[in-house]
Design a protein around this ligand. Structure first.
Ligand code: ZN
Length: 401
């Protein structure tokens, strides 16, 4: 335990009955947050992920929840928790992995005034701890039978392995609450873009750049032209974003390039924008931009889809945005919800009928950077909100409020 936590415990103990103690995280959960933040859980760090699971599982079990292990390829694993008598209608979603490699110098939780700083402190170990704390609040009032918790460990690399399990575990539920961080100003997320990763490869013909350039077909040049055409498809004002993030090609400066490729991230909020992008990619890859008249031969290109995440449309959140706004109002909290260009496991629901709200975790800033921080006051705000929202979604509560 760090000295500042000991100091924090003393302060919290002294203020247990005062209003200030209710404005922040309790010593018990602060200590647990520090413990899990200090264990590196880069998406590929299977040992670290296993250790964090072994810390968290007894915490959920102590609330009377039963753990199910869902083993996946390469040592990965998704966990789910529910009570023995559960009839879950609400899925509570979190992930244990972070983007910080074990080699990063950013590995530990620290505190600066009203901020907690650390790798994954908001994305989303803070969210996992507030989720657990919410369940502890709900247990006291006997509301646990309605929830199922899902924690995966590959969200930051697209949930490629866990997606089928997430979809299976979301079958039959009505609501999904994703404990990813809220936006910097505390807003919730009302819709998320769909994402596709595509790779376009173009093939030409190698030849010596000085001895016989006339016998070469330059794939790098062909790709450069195509990348410009593809980037020009973007319409940021309409949320169609195109990022040619990785380019590879050629072998040596003195050899005409025979092969080149670009990997592109495409984000959109309307499926028709993706459909138009597909048509354009077919046209662009079907066009020969570099042609060798002597050889009567040009480049050849093709593109493939590498990964995809569906859109979470505004209609997929509308009911929870409305309910959330009511709940926040009754608590005296402000409620804002906005569309964002990134995805989360909220996008990976099994059915479009499930209503999803993203951003229930505590918020701060610097996500995915070595400045990632949580605004301490956001912890208690989210804890109170999530507890009240889940109570509101509980059918038993609705009948007997
Ligand atoms: Zn996240």
């Amino acid at each position: 335990m760090k000295p500042w936590i000991l100091a924090g415990l003393a302060i919290f103990a002294g203020l247990a009955q005062s209003a200030r103690a209710h404005e922040s995280i309790s010593p018990q959960y602060l200590q647990l947050l520090e413990e899990v933040v200090d264990i590196n859980t880069d998406s590929n760090n299977v040992d670290g992920l296993t250790r964090v699971r072994s810390v968290l599982i007894p915490q959920f079990e102590a609330l009377g929840l039963i753990v199910s292990h869902h083993p996946l390829a390469d040592g990965h694993e998704t966990l789910s928790f529910e009570t023995a008598t559960a009839r879950p209608t609400i899925l509570l979603i979190g992930h244990l992995d972070t983007v910080f490699p074990a080699s990063s110098s950013f590995q530990h939780l620290s505190r600066q005034e009203d901020r907690l700083i650390g790798p994954g402190v908001i994305d989303m170990k803070g969210g996992v701890i507030v989720l657990l704390d919410t369940l502890a609040q709900l247990k006291q009032s006997g509301h646990l039978d309605n929830v199922r918790v899902v924690l995966n460990d590959d969200e930051e690399i697209g949930s490629v392995r866990s997606k089928p399990v997430l979809q299976q575990l979301s079958q039959g539920v009505t609501y999904g609450l994703v404990f990813e961080p809220g936006l910097e100003d505390g807003a919730y997320v009302s819709s998320q873009s769909g994402i596709r990763w595509v790779k376009l490869t173009t093939t030409g013909k190698a030849s010596h750049a000085g001895l016989e350039p006339e016998n070469g077909i330059d794939a790098c040049l062909d790709l450069a032209i195509k990348v410009q055409k593809i980037a020009a498809l973007a319409r940021p004002d309409e949320h169609l974003l195109i990022n040619p993030g990785v380019i590879e090609g050629g072998t040596k400066p003195n050899v005409v390039c025979d092969k080149a490729s670009v990997t592109i991230d495409v984000r959109f909020q309307q499926l028709k924008d993706w459909d138009h992008t597909v048509t354009a990619l077919d046209e662009i890859s079907g066009h020969v931009d570099i042609y060798n008249r002597k050889l009567k031969q040009g480049t050849h290109s093709e593109w493939v889809k590498l990964a995809e995440m569906p859109v979470l449309p505004a209609t997929g959140s509308r009911e929870l945005v409305n309910l959330g706004s009511e709940v926040a109002k009754s608590l005296g909290q402000t409620f804002k919800a906005r569309a964002v260009g990134y995805g989360s496991d909220g996008n990976n629901r099994a059915s479009p009928n499930i209503q999803i709200l993203v951003g229930l975790g505590p918020y701060g800033g610097g996500m995915h950077s070595e400045k990632e921080f949580m605004q301490l006051s956001s912890y208690q705000e989210r804890l109170i909100f999530a507890t009240a929202l889940i109570r509101k979604l509980n059918p038993a509560t609705r009948i007997n409020p």
